[in-house]
Write a protein that binds this ligand. Sequence first.
Ligand code: 13P
Length: 264
Amino acid sequence: MLRKLVVGNWKMNLTPREGVATIEAFVEAVERCEEVQVAICPPYMTIPRVHPILHGTHIELGAQDCFWLDEGAFTGQVSAKMLAAEDIQFCIVGHSETRGRFGKLDIPESTVGFFAETHETVNLKIKALLMYSIHPILCVGETLAEREAGTTDSTIRAQLEGAMAGIDGSELEGFVVAYEPVWAIGTGQVCPSDEAGRICRFIRDWFRTTYGDDVASLRVLYGGSVKASNAKELFAQEGIDGGLVGGASLVAKEFSQIVDAAWR
Ligand code: 13P
């Protein structure tokens, strides 16, 4: 059976100093739980500060995004090559917040376009990460409007087809997909566990049909308002191999309870 994976996505939260304090508390709270693979994706600035603390623990380090070219005049960007030089093991790509598909807008809609990446940029980022042996965590998921229109499955299929174009099955060792319904992110409105399980199985079936047995090590996570109180039920669903956790990963005690829920 695949080992469950729980990933904390800190998004744009915690200063480097706060991040160090939180990681120190994590290491104490989470370390005993080796049955579950655990990774934290802090903001770029925090990565070099927390790296030495995680050294020698079984908690791994991820990034929240990357750029697909190695270097050049791309102000504000960080390349997969740079992440590899910092020994980053995972990188989130295609998060709904970088695709510009926000569930709940508390910023002017006119700014959303600045983040908007396409199927093509997600695909380029995955290829760059694979070149540097960093495991992508590919996020897919439908908006509320797409769910209400009955196009959830076709939306996710299109995201998978776009993201995976030209990628060979031999490159998929350790690949991760996260099903994150946009309407469940940061809203407290978790997807019903049986439906989350159904979509995660749908995603695995797509990979199996496309790549055959090459995807034996693929993990499909659920993300969207995962909390200590709902994690056990979600992780018990057939097809859900762990979680991608936002807000609840910022507090060591809550996050460690979510990790516990993945194996107890
Ligand atoms: P929340 O857990 O805060 O809903 O965020 C989920 C998410 O977007 C993780 O990537």
